[in-house]
Write a protein that binds this ligand. Structure first.
Ligand code: C2E
Ligand code: CA
Ligand code: CA
Length: 763
C-alpha cells in the first residue's frame, strides 16, 4: 500500500495533470465569448462573436469531455456525456451557420435533433452508475429516489409556469411544442439527477454542485429561449447564447473532475444523509401546493406535487409490508457496500449452480493486500470508504449475470456463471487492473493491491463449501507468491497444509521456549558510551536454525500470538536487564511493541509488575513503538503512553519517517526519542538531499526536546556525519550487529571505556 497525504486533506488529488490546459482554454474561450456578447450590442449576425467565439465556446467543452473519456476508458457514462455535449454543439453549429447565411430556420430543424439528443444521452449517463447499484438497494431507497424526482419536478414546473402559460395562449404548433419541450426535458434531467442522488446509496460524487449548476443554467436558459420563441423574438447573439455556453462548460468541468477521481462517475466521496432528499422533496411539494392556492400555477406542478406527497406517504401506509421486504433484503445485504453478504452468497450460489449443473462456472475469492494497514494507519472511516469504492469498481467490471458478494472484512467472492477457466483468469486480471488505479479517500490517495484465488465448478468441487475452500487456498498461494491471481491446483492444498504446519510449529515454538533475544548496542555520539541496547527477537527453529523476525513476525501477527510473543521478549529482556543491574552496568533495554499489543489496556500494569518483581527501576526500560500505532487511534494511544510515561518508562518512536503520519502528533504525545528509519541513513551516501533531510530531522527532534537516534549506521562516514550534525545516538552494523547477551558483554569489556574504537565489528 502506498499512501500520500496532500497538504490539504479536503481536496481531491488530481491523478493526472494531462489535459488540464484544455480546461484553461475552455475558461478563456468562454470568457472571451461572454465579453464579446456584452460589447457586440444588438443587431445582425456578428461573424467574430456569434460565429467564431460562439462556436469555439461550444466546441471547447466537447474537447474537454472527449479528453476525459479518453482518460477514463471503461467509463461508458463519461463517453455518453461527451456524446451528449457533442450533439448539442453540432446542433448549435448548424443553427449558427444558418443564421450567418441569413436563413430563418424552421422549428424543428436538423439543429433541434442535435439539441434534443443531448437529453437522452445525459440521462443515460447519470443513470448508468445507479442501475448497477439498484439491484442491491431496497424498496424504501427506490421510493426515496422517486419522491426526490417528483419533488424536484414539482418545483421546476412552478418555475416553468411562464412557459406553460405562454404555450397555452400561443397557437400550439410543432414549433411551440418543440420550444416548450426543452425546459421540460431539463426538468426531467434535474429531477432524474435528484432522484438518482437520493436512491444511489446517497453518493453523488465530489463535483456534483458543478453539475447541478450546469443543469440549472441550462433550464433557465431554455425557459428564456422558449419565451422568446413563443413571442417570436428570438435572434442569434442574444444573452441566451451565453447561458448554453456556460451550461455546457459546467457540464464539461464536472465530467472532467469525475474522470480524474478514481471511482465511477459517482464515487462515494460525498454522501447526502439518508432521508434528506425525501424530506426536502415533501416540504417542497407542500410548498408548491400552498403557492398554488395563492397564485395560479400549472396543472403539471399540482399533479407532480400531489404525486410526491402520495408516494412520500406510501411507506406509512404500506410500512409493514415494505419493512418486511426490506428486512429480508437487509438480512442478505452487506450494510456498508450494499452488496449481497455471505448469507446471500450461501443461499444464492447453490441455486444458480443447480439451474444448469452441466454448465461450467468459476468462483473467485478476492482479498485486498495490506488493507489492515490502511485501517490501522488512516482509521476505520477511511477503510470503510475504501471498501465502498472497491465494491463499486468491482461491480463495474462484472456482467449483470455475475454475483458479487462481500464476505466480510476485505474479502469479496464472485461467482462467474458459465465461465471457462481462461475467462475466469481474464476476469481476475480485469478486476485487479480496476483496483490498480489509486483511490482518493477524503483527500488521501491510497494505492492498494488485491490477491485473487480461483476455483472451478464442477471440476474442482460441486458445492459452495468446497469451492470456497479451494479458492481460499489458491488465494493464499497468490498472496504468498505475489502473483496477484492463481487458479487452484492440487499442489496448493499441500501449501495450505504447510501453512497450518507452520502455525503449529510457531505455537510449539512459543511454548517450547525456542525464542531468544539478541541485543544491539546504541552508542552515545557525544561521549562514545553505550548506555542502551535494543532487544531483538529471533526464533531458534529446530529445523531451520536461527530465523529472523522478518520471516515470522507477520505469521505471529496473523495468528493473533503477538501478545504472547511480546510477553516472552519482555520477560527475557528484563531478566537480562536485572543481571546487568546486578553487575552495576547501567544499560537501558529497549523492547519493540507492536501496535496490536498496545490495544491491551492492561499492558502498562503488567509491565510495571514485571519491573517490580525484578527490582528494576522503570527507567531501565524503553518501549519502541511505530508511528502506525500513534496514527490509528490518537486518543487511546495518548492515554496508554501517558500512563507508561507516568510510571517512568521511556518511549521511542521507531522507524520515524517511514509512515504516513503528520508531524503534529510529536508535539502532543509524551515521547523521549525519535529513531529515524534506517532507510534514510542507508541512502545518505552520495545523495545530498537525503543528507540534508537527515540533518534537518535532527534539528526538528531537538527543537521538540527529543533525542535523535540514527538506525542502520553502516559506515564510518555515516557515523562521522551524524556525530558532526548533533545526532545523539547511533545504532547499526558499524557499531555492532545484534548479538546474544554474553557476546555483548565481551564486546563491551573489549571497548576502551567511553570511546568507540572506530573499527567495525566483524559480522
Ligand atoms: P527494527 O525495530 O527497526 O529493528 C532494527 C532492525 O535493523 C533489526 O533487524 C536489526 O538487526 C537491523 N539492523 C541493525 N543495524 C543495521 C544496519 O546497520 N543495517 C541494516 N541493514 N540493518 C540493521 P531485525 O532484528 O531483523 O528486526 C527486524 C524488525 O522486526 C525490527 O525492526 C522490528 O520491527 C521487528 N522486531 C524485532 N524484534 C521484535 C520484537 O521483539 N517484537 C516486535 N513486536 N517486533 C520485533
Ligand atoms: Ca526497533
Ligand atoms: Ca527501526
Amino acid at each position: 500500500m502506498r499512501v500520500h497525504t496532500p497538504p490539504d486533506r479536503g481536496v481531491a488529488v488530481p491523478l493526472r495533470r494531462e489535459s488540464l490546459w484544455l480546461n484553461w482554454i475552455l475558461g478563456g474561450v468562454l470568457a472571451a465569448f461572454l465579453v464579446g456578447l456584452i460589447f457586440r450590442g444588438p443587431g445582425d449576425f456578428n461573424p467574430l462573436v456569434d460565429g467564431g467565439l460562439g462556436l469555439a465556446a461550444m466546441w471547447a467543452p466537447v474537447a474537454v469531455c472527449w479528453a476525459a473519456a479518453r482518460r477514463a476508458t471503461n467509463r461508458l457514462d463519461v463517453t455518453l456525456v461527451a456524446a451528449a455535449v457533442t450533439c448539442f454543439a453540432a446542433g448549435n453549429t448548424y443553427f449558427v451557420l444558418a443564421a450567418r447565411d441569413g436563413q430563418v430556420l424552421p422549428v424543428p430543424s436538423p439543429a433541434d435533433i442535435g439539441f434534443l439528443s443531448f437529453y437522452p444521452l445525459m440521462l443515460a449517463a447519470l443513470a448508468i452508475p445507479a442501475i448497477g447499484q439498484l439491484r442491491h438497494v431496497g424498496w424504501p431507497v427506490v421510493l426515496d429516489g422517486a419522491v426526490g424526482s417528483l419533488g424536484a419536478g414539482a418545483v421546476l414546473a412552478v418555475l416553468l409556469n411562464p412557459v406553460l402559460v405562454a404555450a397555452v395562449s400561443a397557437e400550439m404548433s410543432l414549433a411551440t411544442t418543440v420550444a416548450t419541450a426543452y425546459p421540460m426535458f431539463d426538468l426531467l434531467l434535474v429531477a432524474g439527477f435528484v432522484g438518482i442522488g437520493a436512491a444511489q446509496g446517497r453518493n453523488v460524487g465530489r463535483r456534483w454542485t458543478v453539475l447541478v449548476l450546469g443543469l440549472v443554467t441550462f433550464a433557465a436558459t431554455d425557459v428564456f429561449y422558449a419565451l422568446l420563441q413563443l413571442s417570436g423574438t428570438f435572434v442569434v447573439g442574444s444573452p441566451v447564447d451565453a447561458g448554453w455556453a456556460v451550461g455546457l462548460a459546467l457540464v464539461a468541468f464536472w465530467v472532467d473532475g469525475t474522470s480524474r477521481s478514481a471511482g465511477r462517475i459517482t464515487p462515494a466521496v460525498w454522501a447526502i444523509p439518508t432521508q434528506t432528499v425525501p424530506t426536502i422533496a415533501t416540504v417542497a411539494a407542500l410548498g408548491v401546493l400552498v403557492v398554488g392556492s395563492r397564485i395560479p400555477v400549472s396543472n403539471l406542478a399540482v399533479v407532480l406535487a400531489a404525486l410526491t406527497l402520495t408516494l412520500a406517504a406510501a411507506p406509512l401506509v404500506f410500512r409493514h409490508r415494505i419493512r418486511l421486504a426490506d428486512m429480508l433484503l437487509q438480512a442478505g445485504t452487506d450494510e456498508l457496500t450494499g452488496l449481497p453478504n455471505r448469507r446471500a452468497l450461501h443461499s444464492e450460489v447453490p441455486r444458480r449452480l443447480a439451474l444448469d449443473s452441466r454448465r461450467r462456472s468459476a468462483l473467485l475469492l478476492l482479498d485486498l493486500d495490506k488493507f489492515k494497514e490502511v485501517n490501522d494507519t488512516l482509521g476505520h472511516d477511511i477503510g470503510d470508504l475504501l471498501l465502498v469504492q472497491v465494491a463499486s469498481r468491482l461491480a463495474g467490471r462484472l456482467r449483470q449475470a455475475d454475483l458479487l458478494a462481500r464476505l466480510g472484512g476485505d474479502e469479496f467472492a464472485i461467482l462467474l456463471s458459465g465461465s471457462s477457466p481462461e475467462q475466469a483468469v481474464t476476469v481476475a486480471e480485469g478486476l485487479r487492473s480496476a483496483l490498480s488505479e489509486p483511490f482518493v479517500l477524503d483527500g488521501v490517495t491510497v494505492q492498494i493491491g488485491a490477491s485473487i484465488g480461483i476455483s472451478l465448478y464442477p471440476d474442482q468441487g460441486e458445492t459452495l463449501g468446497i469451492l470456497l475452500r479451494k479458492a481460499d487456498m489458491a488465494m493464499y498461494t497468490a498472496k504468498s507468491t505475489r502473483s496477484g491471481h492463481h487458479a487452484y491446483r492440487d499442489s496448493d492444498n499441500t501449501d495450505g497444509d504447510e501453512r497450518m504446519r507452520n502455525l503449529g510449529r510457531l505455537r510449539a515454538g512459543l511454548t517450547n521456549d525456542e525464542f531468544v533475544v539478541h541485543y544491539q548496542p546504541k552508542v552515545d555520539l557525544d561521549t562514545g558510551e553505550v548506555r542502551g541496547v535494543e532487544a531483538l527477537v529471533r526464533w531458534n527453529h529446530p529445523a531451520r536454525g536461527l530465523v529472523y523476525p522478518d520471516d515470522f513476525i507477520s505469521l505471529v501477527e496473523q495468528a493473533g500470538l503477538m501478545q504472547t510473543m511480546t510477553t516472552i521478549v519482555l520477560t527475557k529482556a528484563l531478566d537480562q536487564a536485572s543481571i546487568w543491574h546486578a553487575q552495576k552496568r547501567t544499560l537501558t533495554v529497549a523492547v519493540n511493541i507492536s501496535a496490536s499489543c498496545l490495544i491491551d489496556l492492561e499492558l502498562p500494569d503488567r509491565i510495571l509488575s514485571l519491573l517490580t518483581e525484578r527490582g528494576l527501576s522503570p527507567s531501565s526500560l524503553m518501549l519502541e513503538i511505530t508511528e502506525d500505532f500513534l496514527m490509528a487511534d490518537r486518543d487511546r494511544a495518548r492515554a496508554i503512553l501517558v500512563r507508561l510515561r507516568m510510571m517512568g518508562i521511556r518511549i521511542a518512536v521507531d522507524d520515524f519517517g517511514s509512515g504516513y503520519s503528520s508531524l503534529s502528533y510529536l508535539r502532543d504525545l509524551p515521547i523521549d526519542e525519535l529513531k529515524l528509519d534506517k532507510s534514510f541513513i542507508m541512502s545518505m551516501a552520495g545523495d545530498p538531499r537525503v543528507t540534508a533531510l537527515v540533518a534537518s530531522t535532527i534539528q526538528l527532534a531537538h527543537s521538540l526536546d527529543l533525542r535523535m537516534v540514527a538506525e542502520g549506521v553502516e559506515s564510518e562516514a555515516d557515523y562521522e556525519y551524524l556525530a558532526s550534525h548533533g545526532c545523539d545516538v547511533a545504532q547499526g552494523l558499524y557499531v555492532s550487529r545484534p548479538v546474544p547477551a554474553a557476546e555483548l558483554e565481551l564486546w563491551l569489556a573489549a571497548r576502551p571505556s567511553g570511546i568507540l574504537d572506530g573499527v567495525p565489528e566483524p559480522i
